[in-house]
Structures are given as C-alpha cells and as structure tokens.
Design a protein around this ligand. Sequence first.
Ligand code: ADP
Ligand code: TRP
Length: 322
Amino acid sequence: MRILSGLQPSGRLHIGNYFGMMEAALKLQHEGEAFYFIADYHSLTSIHDGKLLRSHVRDLAIDFLACGLDPAKCVLFRQSDVPEHTELAWILSTVTPMGLLERCHSYKDKIANGISPSHGLFAYPVLMAADILIYDSDVVPVGRDQKQHVEVTRDIAVKMNLAFGDGLLKVPEPRIREETAVVPGLDGRKMSKSYDNTIQLFEEPGALKKKIMRIVMDSTPLEAPKPIENNSVLDLYKLVASPADYQTMVDDHLRGGIGYGDFKKRLLEAMLAHFAPFRERRAEIVADPAYVNRVLAEGAEKARAIARKTLDRVRAAVGLGD
Ligand code: ADP
Ligand code: TRP
C-alpha cells in the first residue's frame, strides 16, 4: 500500500494540523510505503516572500522529523525538488472541467479570508491531483477540509483513464480520521492560520499559557455545572490527556464548583507533557542542520525516480515526445 500526503509550509505547524493529519500520517508510516512532502509550490499561492517561504520549508521538515517521522521507513521530500509534479498538473488540467474546480470550497473560503484570487489558487486542486497521482498512491490521509480535493483527484484520474486508457492512473482513497476531524481553535471556530486562532505545536510554554488562558468560554458561574458540548478546553484536553483524566474533567464539569481557569491549567499541563518528547527531539534536530539536508536530498532522489516513471507513462499515453 502506498500512502501519500503533503502539508503546506505556510506557517508553523499547529495542533489542528497535528491531530487532523500528521498524527495519523505518522502512524501509517508503519503500515505501508509512505511518502510525505512539503508542498512549497502550493504555498506560493499565499506567500510571496522567498526568504520566508524557505524558512517555513525548513521548519516544517524539522517539525515532521521531531514528531516522529522516520526517514528509514518513509520518504520525506520537498515538492519543488520533484518538478515532474508541475508537468503532470498541466496535462491533468487539460481534462479537468472548469465546473469541478468552481465547486471547490477551499478556493471560496480562501478568497473570503483575503487571499487574492490568482489562477494558481484556483488551479491548485489540479496540482494536488498531480501530487497524488504521480506516486500511484492508494491512500491519502488528510483533514476533513481536504476531502473534496481528494475527490477531485479521483474524478481527474477517472477522466484520464477514460481518455487515454484504463489503468493509466491509480484512483486513490482519502483517509479521514473522524474522531479528530475538526480541532477547535482559541475562539471555538476550526483552528486555522486564516482565523489567527491557533496553538502552535512548538509554542513556547509562556506563550502557550497565555493562549490557553485566552480561550473564549461561556459565563456559567463557578458553582454551576458546566456544559460539555462545544467546549474547546474540554475538546482540546481530550486530544492530549489520558482517557481517565479526560473522564475526571468531564465529571468535574457536570458536578460544578470548579471554574474554567482551573480546567485551563489542567489543559496546559497535559499539553506540555504530551509534547515534551517532541520538544526534546526538535532541539536535537535543530542542532544538526546537515541531518535535515541529508534527509531531504535522499527523499527527493527516491521520490523523483518514481515520479519520473509515472510521468513518462502519461507522456507516452497522451502523445508527448517520441
Ligand atoms: P490551515 O487551516 O491552518 O491553513 P491547512 O489548510 O494548511 O491549515 O491544513 C493542513 C492539514 O491539516 C490538512 O490536512 C488539514 O485538513 C489539517 N487541518 C488543518 N486545520 C485543522 C483543524 N482545525 N482540525 C483538523 N484538521 C486540520
Ligand atoms: N492541499 C493540502 C493542504 O492545503 C496540501 C497538499 C498538497 C496535499 N498536495 C497534497 C495533501 C497531496 C495531500 C495530498 O493541506
């Protein structure tokens, strides 16, 4: 089974990214042949600052490794080291109906959030389809908001196969983890860079404390029972606490007599404890820049060999070259 996923290097990793996509992706590295990449071509749709993009790419590579990506088990690479993705994207774009892209929510959401509507942004699901199809991927672990893009990828693969021959491209499956499908942010909406409501995975402890104390809660009096639905502190706690500690916190909400400040302190402690090993690992990786360069160079070489083969197969089928 070949597994593939990508993350945009458009800012530091937040816990929505981690629990929505990365944790599942890291578990999958033990179940098949996994390819994970840093989607820097995609980030050009929102970042027009070369220095900044390059530093985000590096940070994301370090974060992936700190979270437990094992380069001996899976391939980590930078998308732009495999320019074959963009050539395949062009070929796919010639069979992609406009209507398919016009229906994509993510384009509309991004524009609504102030990203300028460039052609790249509109066409980005086609590049994403190329990212996936060029590795003959079976499974694509993503957060729920990316499910539509994997469906677009499937439609494009089917169209290509109809036009140029059965079995030319493998039709992939999305893998969405329903229980953590949407991680709430500080304001109760979906955690997202676009809403400026994120908790970064490697937030400094002082900043983490400030952010957790800022989480918006309702005004239930201290002695009264507290709601357990739509409660961001409780939802976040569930992700990082043991099931027994989570149950205690639920019981304490239902009983009343404990304020949100206390629950927030428990969340802070659980979060620091949960990510402590990652922090230690991150510090080691940062101290060894050559290691990161080596991982990315080896990853690019392995990925490119496969991508080249698929692209040659597609070029032959559509009539490009001799
Ligand atoms: P952002 O919304 O912060 O820009 P991205 O769109 O770059 O995040 O998402 C990267 C990956 O993380 C995707 O697979 C996405 O589905 C997942 N993801 C992002 N935010 C969340 C969230 N709040 N809950 C669950 N998954 C998320
Ligand atoms: N579009 C994804 C996001 O914004 C990132 C991405 C690009 C991706 N190409 C991909 C994810 C291929 C999975 C497979 O999060």
